[in-house]
Write a protein that binds this ligand. Structure first.
Ligand SMILES: [Zn+2]
Ligand SMILES: [Zn+2]
Length: 443
């Protein structure tokens, strides 16, 4: 196996981070708060609130065990320039307790799991990107992720930019609870970017129309109670027919110095996308389900952090799901195995590769690293829910986030001065014979 390109700094880095972590454990116990950018601090943290149910330990392969509060990696700090520039970070990221520098990006995995099978410890695909300018972007919105999103200390009205890769349900199942922030917390449309589809019914506009239609009862029932402005979508369909070898990417978001590019990837049928975000010289790429290709590699080469799906080999998948090897091969053939991801990261050379969309477990994690390391020896993090990555021009730090399981999102913002519409009561009146039976009590 080749040596790590950054082997000496990495060894130093791990030592430095170790020292940082030890010193941080001390400061944390004093409940010291470092500068914060988020407007509302999440309070009342006690050890009982933290969701690290497992003791810190390592797998046979020497990786931190899942759910122990440690990032699943052997190199939690990557130096890009000079290790003396690494600032002190607490061992865990606690939402509301940290400021991002104005040239710093924070990526947090909101859902790291896979639909095969869904488990309580892992929501399905979703990544939150936060920037030092206060911007926040959501890539995919899998089921079970909105509780994690609302625990991040970001006001729900600012969680309004969603970029969808494709419409497999494990990437979109959280759209209803995110949309449900309408009225009480978000009084502007939920903005959703996504592919146009090979035919219109396979595209983002049709998907959103169907979500809108499916929420008809919900919206009518609330239209005389809450402002209706938040009960809408702003759909930004990305025309996939415009992609070609000569036009491999489209700039789909360009605002306040943030650029997001979309590019097509190969996954089951036409119309799946990957994204690359660039801001102030920092960059990340997010590709969920895909069969890796040289085309895809060209679109995300050289980013700081490349987040990519990874599924077990067909043999492991067949074993884990009591499935025939033929069936497992046809499923896994639409995805990226650990050895393919290793090869792909070798081609694209990110500062940090991140795997997600994976059924975590001590043995499965070791098998993943074994496959990956056949072809790639660079820095790699296996994502868990709430794995957090801070990126600066000089370094990348990986930690786990501690959230208060009972944390509320920040309270609704003042609506003073806003002209918001309350519509008339729905015509769908509950029949009188039923309402007459309401129990009235003096209270
Ligand atoms: Zn998929
Ligand atoms: Zn998927």
């Amino acid at each position: 196996m080749k040596k790590y390109k950054r082997s000496i700094p990495q060894v130093l880095s791990v030592l430095i981070l170790g020292c940082v972590l030890i010193s941080c454990q001390n400061t944390e116990s004093k409940n010291e708060t470092i500068e914060t950018q988020e407007t509302v601090a999440v309070s009342n943290f006690t050890p009982e609130n933290y969701r690290f149910p497992r003791e810190v330990g390592t797998t046979k392969g020497g990786y931190p065990v899942t759910l122990s509060g440690k990032p699943i990696t052997k190199n939690p700090l990557v130096i890009k320039t000079d290790e003396s520039k690494v600032k002190d970070y607490p061992e865990h990221f606690i939402p509301g307790n940290e400021f991002l520098a104005d040239n710093e990006m924070r990526i947090t995995i909101m859902g790291s799991g896979t639909p095969a099978p869904i488990r309580a410890a892992q929501a399905t695909s979703c990544v939150l990107v936060q920037l030092g300018n206060g911007d926040a972007f959501i890539f995919d919105i899998g089921s079970g992720t909105v509780g994690n999103l609302f625990s991040m200390g970001v006001h729900p009205s600012e969680l309004d930019k969603v970029f969808l890769t494709h419409f497999h349900l494990d990437h979109i199942g959280g759209i209803f609870p995110l949309f449900d922030a309408m009225g009480w917390a978000r009084n502007t449309p939920l903005r959703v970017w996504g592919p146009s589809g090979h035919t219109p019914e396979l595209g983002t506009a049709a998907f959103i129309d169907n979500i809108y239609g499916a929420s008809e009862w919900h919206r009518q029932s609330k239209q005389d109670l809450l402002p209706v402005e938040g009960a809408t979508f702003d759909t930004k369909e990305i025309d996939i027919s415009l992609f070609s070898l000569d036009n491999p990417q489209q700039l789909v978001y360009d605002n306040d110095g943030v650029k997001i590019f979309a590019f097509p990837v190969i996954h089951t049928i036409d119309g799946a996308l990957g994204y690359r975000l660039e801001w102030k010289g920092l960059s990340m790429s997010y590709v969920s389900d895909s069969e890796v290709s040289t085309f895809e590699a060209e679109q995300c080469t050289g980013v700081d952090v490349l987040i990519h799906e990874v599924m077990p080999s067909a043999e492991e998948f067949a074993k884990g799901n009591n499935m025939s090897i033929e069936a497992a091969r046809s499923v896994i053939g639409q995805h990226t195995t650990p050895s393919k991801l290793g090869y792909f990261l070798g081609l694209t050379k990110p500062s940090l590769g991140v795997g997600t969309h994976f059924k975590l477990g001590d043995d499965t994690n070791d098998a993943l690293f074994l496959g990956l390391r056949q072809a790639y020896d660079g820095p790699f993090l296996l994502g868990q829910d709430l794995s957090t990555i801070n990126i600066t021009p000089d370094y990348i730090v990986m930690r786990q986030t501690k959230i208060n399981l009972l944390a509320d999102p920040p309270p609704p913002k003042s609506q003073e001065g806003l002209k918001l519409t309350i519509k008339e009561h729905s015509d769908a009146e509950i029949p009188e014979w039923l309402t007459k039976t309401v129990i009235h009590l003096e209270e």
